[in-house]
Design a protein around this ligand. Sequence first.
Ligand code: 5GP
Length: 212
Amino acid sequence: MVEKCHNIVYNISIKVFGGDIKMKLLEDRILKDGIVADGDVLKVSSFVNHQIDVELMCELGKEFHRLFKDSGINKILTIEASGIGIACITAQYFSVPVVFAKKSKTSNISDSLYTAKVHSFTHGNVSDIVVDKQFLNSDDKILLIDDFLANGCALLGLKALCDAAGAQVMGAGIVIEKQYQGGGDKLREMGIRVESLAKIKSMENGKIVFCK
Ligand code: 5GP
């Protein structure tokens, strides 16, 4: 699969320069296959969240690499479940491992775990997210990756795990940011470099409008 990904990226990359066309690829796909559901939820189940378009994800992974290749990233951190696919594809371009925070269903947390509380945008509940201490440490330069950024709770939880480990957050790569929900701006104000490949300005009456 790795070879296939690289071939596809090479073939497309000779036709494009920089990130704008890749962004357009993603925006066009969101307009074509995204479904605006109740509660400000954008469903992209046919290419990100249930069925995964691997060729498109390779393009996005390559774009994250272009944006963060000089940041000294040695590890990617994401959160289960939907972040794992895009994180793994992105990791191929950095040649680094992926760690994913697990959503613990129990409050019986052992001493060998870093933990943080995260309010889930889609499920409406609060869960403890956990990472085993052996997989995050003070030498790490972390790229956070997730599929969506809404209010910012998931990324703040991941940052809290990094802070607890003394790991440095070099930035966050997001597939789709719903900019009007404010999480991205909050994180940028905290000094975190957040790069979102598609930024949605509004989704009123089922119409998706992107930031310019
Ligand atoms: P936040 O924590 O920033 O409020 O929300 C981000 C998390 O909630 C992501 O990890 C993602 O799983 C989920 N999420 C937020 N908004 C959406 C959305 O519109 N569609 C989908 N499919 N997931 C979302």
